[in-house]
Write a protein that binds this ligand. Structure first.
Ligand code: DI6
Ligand code: FE
Length: 400
């Protein structure tokens, strides 16, 4: 076999679901051909007679799958530093939202931005994430809230994937908030559903999301968006039970959602429904931290009901202005008491599952894209333990 590139003397965190724990292989080798993993396993088991165009010795460094940030709102205009100051002075997130700030202030700035502006302002945030080994990122719309602005935002998100060596998975989140020009929620939901054909025609969305919450949309309104998405052949996900328990987790599970995200107020019944349906729990400790939330997501219930757990940055200008998946892992440990194994799987295999991409990325298995992160660490726990330190040695996307 002739490989394009082979990495030798590696300690592999395969995250292979068939293996115990993180599927670690000491003295491992991994080889790429045509951008995909052609061999992964013990170096001693490499098939005889192999050769490679390029050989890299990793001197015992650790290799994980490229990291997957499966929930972001990376593309938007402006920022909300002013609102941050108001919150420091005592205003709550919901009070600011009800007074016309919050998401709506970002909507105004996003509508005023050109597609070029949106790409230009998102790139430094993307670069920071990629600088920590992220090779796939999900980006949601939801700051345009009219058809043209949502489409502009999604086009900008797609462009990020052409400007950088990274996979960008896009999600249409038209039902994120009420736009400032309307107050009739049912009517706006009808408009959101009516935006889908144009978005699909341009292949601008890989999934559809909604924000099911008192300050956003009801379960019934969310279900209408889900039905429209399903009729159009797109998978769904949900911002569920972030600030109160509207049984969004159960709703997402009933609709076969890829994931339900946030979930601080989810009850055991919701967790059980998610386990049954195979809906991934995407936990977002950055938003929990910024909002000084006290209610913890029901991690034990997720474990008990076999719910797969992913974690993500939720990178957004309001509740999670964070562009570090490593820091997010640290928060997942300290705030949510997730284990190192859960966190490493949560930013690789389970994040890929939450995007419906597990057959292509998220673990080190032959046939998947050869997206890797090579780390200068002595054990995987170091990825979680340090705060504000980046041990990335090298990032490989599609074998190069
Ligand atoms: N939940 C969140 O945490 C973000 N969106 C959502 O539905 C917040 C977005 C923002 O405040 O701009
Ligand atoms: Fe979000």
């Amino acid at each position: 076999m002739r490989y394009d590139k082979i990495w030798l003397d590696a300690r592999l965190v395969t995250v292979n679901p068939a293996a115990a724990g993180l599927g670690i292989i000491e003295r491992g080798a991994i080889a790429a051909k045509d951008g995909r993993i052609a061999y992964v396993g013990r170096q001693a088991d490499l098939p005889g007679g192999w050769s490679a165009t390029e050989t890299v010795k990793l001197d015992g460094r650790w290799v994980t799958p490229g990291l997957v940030d499966c929930h972001t709102h990376l593309v938007y205009g402006g920022n909300r530093a002013h609102e941050f100051e108001l919150r420091l002075a005592g205003a709550s997130y919901e009070e600011i939202a009800r007074a016309g700030g919050g998401i709506v202030s970002t909507v105004k700035a996003t509508r005023a931005a050109s597609e070029d502006d949106l790409v230009k302002t998102a790139l430094p945030r993307l670069d920071h994430l990629c600088g920590e080994g992220v090779t796939t990122i999900e980006v949601k719309s939801g700051y345009g809230l009219d058809q043209d602005s949502e489409i502009r935002l999604l086009r900008a998100a797609r462009r990020l994937g052409r400007e950088r060596k990274v996979d960008v998975v896009t999600t249409f989140l038209g039902a994120h908030a009420m736009p400032p020009e309307t107050t009739d929620k049912d009517q706006f939901i009808a408009q959101v559903c009516a935006m889908l054909p144009a978005i699909i025609r341009e292949k601008l969305a890989d999934a559809v999301d909604a924000f099911c919450e008192g300050i956003a949309f009801s379960p019934e309104q969310t279900a209408r968006v889900f039905d429209a998405a399903k009729a159009a052949g797109l998978p769904v996900k949900l911002h569920a039970d972030q600030l109160s328990n509207l049984h969004g987790a159960r709703l997402a599970a009933e609709h076969g959602a890829l994931s339900a995200d946030h979930l601080e107020y989810t009850d055991e019944e919701g967790a059980a429904a998610m386990g049954e349906a195979g809906t991934v729990a995407v936990l977002l400790p950055g938003a929990f931290y910024v909002l000084r939330e006290k209610q913890l997501p029901p991690v034990d219930a997720f474990r008990k009901h076999g719910v797969k757990i992913a974690i993500a940055t939720d990178s957004n200008p309001g509740t999670s202005p964070i562009t570090s998946l490593l820091l997010t892992m640290n928060m997942g440990a300290t705030l949510f008491r997730l284990t190192v194994d859960e966190l490493v799987a949560g930013v690789t295999r389970e994040a890929a599952r939450a995007l419906g991409r597990l057959s292509d990325i998220g673990t080190l298995e032959a046939g998947k894209w050869c997206d890797l992160a090579v780390w200068d660490i002595e054990r995987p726990a170091e990825l979680v333990y340090r705060i504000g330190f980046n041990p990335l040695h090298q990032r490989i996307w599609r074998g190069a």
